[in-house]
Write a protein that binds this ligand. Structure first.
Ligand SMILES: [Cu+2]
Length: 342
């Protein structure tokens, strides 16, 4: 099931035919360490020669982009498996949103070809709609509001112009009267509405190459890597993880729980996975087995530390999976995970 959405990877950076940035160069320079580790720790049939290579959107050809888009549209056309849990789930795509909502409190702590609105893009920005900005959950004033971006309205161009957002909202950060409450308190009722985006340069500013490079190279243990990546909201540091979410923003991308309902979520999270992978490559022996943080978001309510033996309930998508099996892109899940980024 994981393989549905793994064709494309790192989002947001417009790297089409451009020179590699410092993070790309670090990843390439680190590949010999992975080769060395694999020589000592063979992963069955998963080798660097036959592994899947996940690419940045800007490096995909138009037919490759279209194949990814068609896969998302295909998921959106298939009947759901979670309708018994969430009557608002109307497609296999919505199943991913349902599982994300269920796991949220446990798991978190242009000219750009991605958003140019043509048939090979992930659709464009939302139409411009005046609004007061993005309410940032969990941050104290003055960090609790990000100034508005350039959209806010419905997405009207590209493959997802007519898509229906079905689930949520649960934690809307874009406050507009047109975004109605979900008929169910858990957000799983059917609440059909347009896809809204609000591409936001204030948020994008904290996700640039220098921030990502420093994140990877200056945090030597999982605790600080995860803390800096997820953001230190009380200090006004949004981090590359939240920064990426609020770069797209809108509804549902700006909703902490329902954000996977915007298809571009999956590209952002593939990039988060890539950043973690590059960080792991710097010290594979240690970082392939290092977890940190507790079992609850920002340790609220307080809970025990996570371990490699924790069970992650991925519901209809993959069932129960141990954290240990999700640590390595080369050989995880008994060899089902076999990919690198390029
Ligand atoms: Cu996220």
């Amino acid at each position: 099931m994981f393989s549905h959405l793994v064709l494309a990877a790192a989002a947001f950076a417009n790297r089409a035919f451009a020179a590699p940035d410092a993070v790309d160069e670090l990843a390439m320079a680190s590949l010999p360490k992975l080769r060395e580790w694999l020589a000592k720790n063979p992963q069955g049939n998963c080798t660097l020669e036959n592994t899947i290579r996940r690419k940045e959107w800007g490096d995909l050809s138009n037919p490759e982009r279209r194949a990814y888009i068609d896969a998302v549209l295909c998921l959106q056309s298939k009947p759901p498996l979670t309708a018994h849990q969430a009557p608002g789930a109307k497609s296999r795509f919505d199943d991913y949103v349902v599982v994300h909502v269920q796991q949220t409190n446990r798991n978190h702590g242009s000219s750009n070809p991605l958003f140019n609105g043509d048939e090979y893009s992930m659709s464009g920005n939302g139409a411009p709609v005046p609004h007061t900005g993005i309410t940032f959950p969990g941050a104290p004033a003055p960090f609790s509001t990000i100034p508005p971006g350039t959209g806010g309205g419905c997405v009207t161009t590209g493959p997802f112009a007519n898509m229906s957002v079905n689930l949520g909202p649960l934690a809307p950060s874009l406050k507009l009267p047109e975004i109605h409450k979900n008929p169910q308190a858990d957000g799983f009722g059917h609440n059909p509405r347009c896809l809204r985006r609000d591409l936001n340069k204030h948020s994008a500013a904290v996700t640039t190459t220098n921030h990502t490079y420093d994140l990877i190279t200056q945090n030597k243990d999982a605790h600080w890597f995860q803390t800096v990546m997820e953001g230190q909201f009380d200090q006004g540091k949004y981090g590359v993880h939240s920064g990426g979410h609020y770069t797209v923003s809108g509804d549902p991308a700006g909703d902490f729980y329902v954000s996977p309902g915007d298809p571009v979520f999956w590209l952002h999270h593939a990039n988060i996975d890539r950043v973690w992978w590059i960080w792991q490559l710097q010290d594979l022996e240690r970082r392939l087995v290092e977890v940190s943080h507790t079992m609850t978001m920002r340790n609220n309510p307080p809970s025990v530390n996570g371990t490699l033996e924790d069970v992650n309930n991925l519901g209809v998508l993959a069932g129960d999976v141990l954290t240990r099996d999700l640590m390595s892109t080369m050989g995880g899940m008994g060899g089902k995970l076999c990919y690198v980024y390029e």
